[in-house]
Design a protein around this ligand. Sequence first.
Ligand SMILES: [Zn+2]
Ligand SMILES: [Zn+2]
Length: 341
Amino acid sequence: MKAWVIDKIYDLKKESHPLKLVELPKPVPREGELLIKVSACGVCHTEIDEIEGRTPPPVYPVVPGHQVVGIVEQTLGNKTSIKQGDRVGIAWIYSACGTCGYCLSGRENLCTGFKATGRDVNGGYAEYMVIPEPFAYPLPDLFTDVEAAPLLCAGAIGYRSVTLCGMSEGKCIGLTGFGASAHLVLKQICYQYPKSKVYVFARNQKEREFALALGAHWAGDTSDKPPGLMDCIIDTTPVWGPVLRALECLKPGGRLVINAIRKESIDQEYLFNLDYVRHLWMEKEIKSVANITSRDVKTFLRLAAEMPFKPEVEIYPFKNANQAIMDIKQRKIKGAKVLVF
Ligand SMILES: [Zn+2]
Ligand SMILES: [Zn+2]
């Protein structure tokens, strides 16, 4: 089968074709696994973190991609109702041990045995992949394959971020950065909390216009003054400057949720400007979002179908995977990018 692989760490300022197209044997499912014929796979900023070595794959080469939509071609000793020919989605959580305290308390995202799709095991930038059955999710019919793909990471992790914010109706929420995940969060908030105000901070004028068109109450540059302080802010930027700025914009008791698997180090010196009174005093909190649970994905898919909300997608043919990666790196973002086969 054809597959794109990450074969080592690259500096994307110097390399514009980091993924290599290779021929791999078609994977063979083991007991309890499904063989999936992939039809679409979302492209995520996490692929860039893997390629640039901030969250490197433990073994090379690896097939990236963790927002996978495909058809079950083979089942092996399956225990659920999923059968051959069903359409399923696969997310960042490939597996967890299932027996530790975290797994038993519904926090399998924190399990030390957590395996990530497309980093720790082969993912969906390929014609086929295998997945343990409990981590494959039947998809609501109303979404096409390309619409469903971004729901599986950008959407589901955005949902987890909103949950970690302690969001409720009427609270004012900020979004720092306006990529694939934030635009889905904005749609979710407008639906679930119609009386809440959403302020969006984005560097790029096009992103700000996009945010306003989707229902944000205010959109400005990171350095602009918002109309008021916020109860919670979700940061989806890869850098540090917006983190300090966000802390400054929180109400007393407010919470900043950082939804980024890793931060880049280019502007880390910003943190020397951390001022206790301005940024942290008055019980302000910072919390990171780590991975995702299977329950997050299932709950979010149900919510997305109920709304129903369709992500804005930009489609790339399978052969243009490197182009999609470089477009994210260069922040050419309008909605979520999806590879199709
Ligand atoms: Zn992702
Ligand atoms: Zn566990």
